[in-house]
Design a protein. Structure first.
Length: 259
């Protein structure tokens, strides 16, 4: 089973690329972020025609998350992160898919830092840590996939010295990611590629993709009940080089079937 996280950066503008990628790669499950579309403008018909059941939580102008499953309907569990009923940002959706619990997240960027946006990011991280802690130890397999807007270590960013004060790389944010892993979550890309330079995002400016000046901010975390099924992980980085691409590339794991 191949599970993918992909920040689409505007599903209206990127729909042709998304449909092309779905046809060429046939992933089993896809978590999309940054739909940038209100609920009623999500291209449900095109996704279903491509062979995928889908649930989504849209929002006008920004945010938005969705879960696609090839040949089946994801069974929604929740569409908000617990802990703050007044937070109306569409940044989290969770479902049962193919025997897994799958959380799809779009963690706040947080810039400029310090400031209100960074405070919101830290608050969101605190809530996410609490929710993840409840999911981590159980016997049911769980995958938390998405754009975390967190650069975990220096090897996950081109020229880390330039990012010291950025909200994606500040000490508080990296420490929260460490706390997440300490709950028992496995960073699937690093588990199989511990020393490789791996990026999932390349800015549109300064020819970042051509220079391979990227970041690793899209992550798939596996709880202990599923990490033993991990067989492969990687990034479809060539998709970032297509015409009119997202600034992220599809990032994936492969899991063997349950015995």
């Amino acid at each position: 089973m191949r599970i993918v996280t992909y920040n689409i950066n505007g599903i209206g503008a990127r729909l042709p690329n998304l449909l092309r990628w779905l046809k060429e790669s046939s992933p089993d499950v896809v978590c999309l972020q940054e739909l940038k579309a209100p609920q009623e403008n999500f291209p449900e018909a095109a996704i279903r025609e491509a062979g995928y059941g889908v649930i989504w939580h849209g929002q006008k102008s920004w945010n938005g998350v969705a879960i696609l499953a090839r040949g089946e309907e994801p069974k929604e569990i929740r569409r908000t992160l617990p802990g703050d009923p007044e937070d109306v940002h569409s940044r989290y959706i969770e479902a049962h898919v193919r025997g897994l619990t799958l959380g799809c997240l779009y963690l706040p960027n947080g810039n400029p830092a310090p400031g209100p946006k960074f405070d919101y990011k830290l608050g969101w991280l605190k809530r996410f840590l609490a929710h993840a802690a409840a999911l981590a130890p159980g016997p049911h397999p769980v995958v938390l996939a998405g754009d975390y807007n967190v650069i975990p270590t220096e090897r996950d960013v081109y020229k880390p010295e330039r990012w010291v004060n950025d909200a994606l790389f500040r000490t508080e944010v990296r420490e929260a990611f460490k706390q997440l892993l300490a709950q028992g979550w496995t960073d699937a890309l690093r588990a199989l590629h511990p020393d490789e330079t791996i990026y999932t995002f390349w800015d549109f400016f300064r020819n970042a993709y051509e220079r391979d000046a990227g970041l690793r901010i899209d992550h798939l975390l596996l709880n202990s009940a599923v990490r033993g099924r991990l067989t492969a992980s990687g990034v479809d980085r060539a998709v970032r080089g297509w015409e009119k691409p997202s600034d992220h590339a599809p990032t994936w794991v492969e899991l063997r079937d349950e015995a």
